[in-house]
Design a protein around this ligand. Sequence first.
Ligand code: GLN
Length: 475
Amino acid sequence: MDKVCGMTALGLSAALRRRELSAREAALACLARMEEREPQLHAYLTVSRDEALAEADAADRRLAAGEPLSPLDGVPMAVKDNLCTKGVRTTCASRMLEGFVPPYDAEAVSRLGRAGAVLLGKTNLDEFAMGSDTGTSAFGPTANPIDPSRVPGGSSGGSAAAVAAGEALFALGSDTGGSVRQPAALCGVVGLRPTYGRISRYGLVGFGPSLDQVGLVTKDARDCAAVLAATAGFDPHDATSSRQSPGAYLDGIGDGVRGMRAALVRESLAEAEPCVRRELLRAVAKLESLGARVDELSLPFLKDMLPAYHILGSAEASSNLARFDGVRYGFRASGVSDWRQLIRESRSRGFGLEVKRRILLGTFVLTKEQRDAYEKARRLRRKTASSMAAALSYYDFLLLPTSPEVAWKRGEKRDPVAMYRSDLFVVPASIAGLPAVSVPFGEENGLPVGVQLVGRAFGERELLRAACAVEEGRA
Ligand code: GLN
């Protein structure tokens, strides 16, 4: 059964169709892996064992009848705990939502349900997805499966750790400023942030809605294409969802990069640790040997993106999180009579430090006095989006590291600004609304390194084709 945990989602799918094993056995294998590893990893906040086994049995009936719903029918998955799941607790890793059981599924979750994927449970994250190492969770941190003394990255660290440890075959995450790509890189799995609007955000608890996207964590690029095909598409419940029809993401995914043009972002080399730079340059050489042309390109505003991201993201977060006041939503402080005090106490006790820091920063940048700073961040965002789009009118994709460094030891980064810096290379695609994927490529002392490919808006098919070539060339 252990072999299930090492399979890709599509590999398992083929085995299920050949009836070599059942969906129930696959779910049980992941549940057994959890028993073994969860005490150390804490990738899951909630495991829905009984529901999972019932879903797996239903998948087995369809498979036995020769009528699977999709290639993902019967494949066990995990979902980040900021995506609503009907009847399954959804906490955003916050005391604020500790007892919240949503009455509906997020659109991405219901699409996967209709595809037959089996929900095993909900994964840990930084509180309200604010953080880069899954350490701000109110329910305790997640560890990196490769070296549990190290962080898994964040905020979708639970999703990345679960997939890397074989506790699920793929997972959903969310990516506002890199939260799927960065943990994927640190855990050695594939992480995709699709184009803004590609997957519905309906049922994703908002952080910064102009930046938030549902993201995917998978074992390889092919699985990523399969999960994207199951989740992408227009949804009338999300006003920012695109009407453009999804591509045939798996078609031609193995066709390689011959004739493709890529641009290595020059500024990223100086900002990355030597081991990350080395692997990135090795990926460049590999791409060239596979027939792609790689030029260097300068994006001088790269470093300005981080402060711009924090200004815009925190401003949106501060107004978004205003709803959690202990009256309409969330944790309510007891023993207070006055309503002002009720709101103050509920928010003070319900939110953790990092969330409060973002709310304060966001409230500050939205004051009249800070208007210039806010406007400057918005201008920078427009400028980034247009220069990246201009570069991508010529180049098929841009190349950057995903994270400036490999997974660090838990407790090593205490300063929030040092933590924010780990998102340096992932925020530009978020700001520009472009699709970006992190692919494992090489390692340093056994710790995985990820390279990041940023593609054209709605060009996920070509992006994943390039990712697949990088992946196959990594040996
Ligand atoms: N790590 C980034 C932050 O702290 C990104 C978070 C995210 O993408 N949800 O804001």
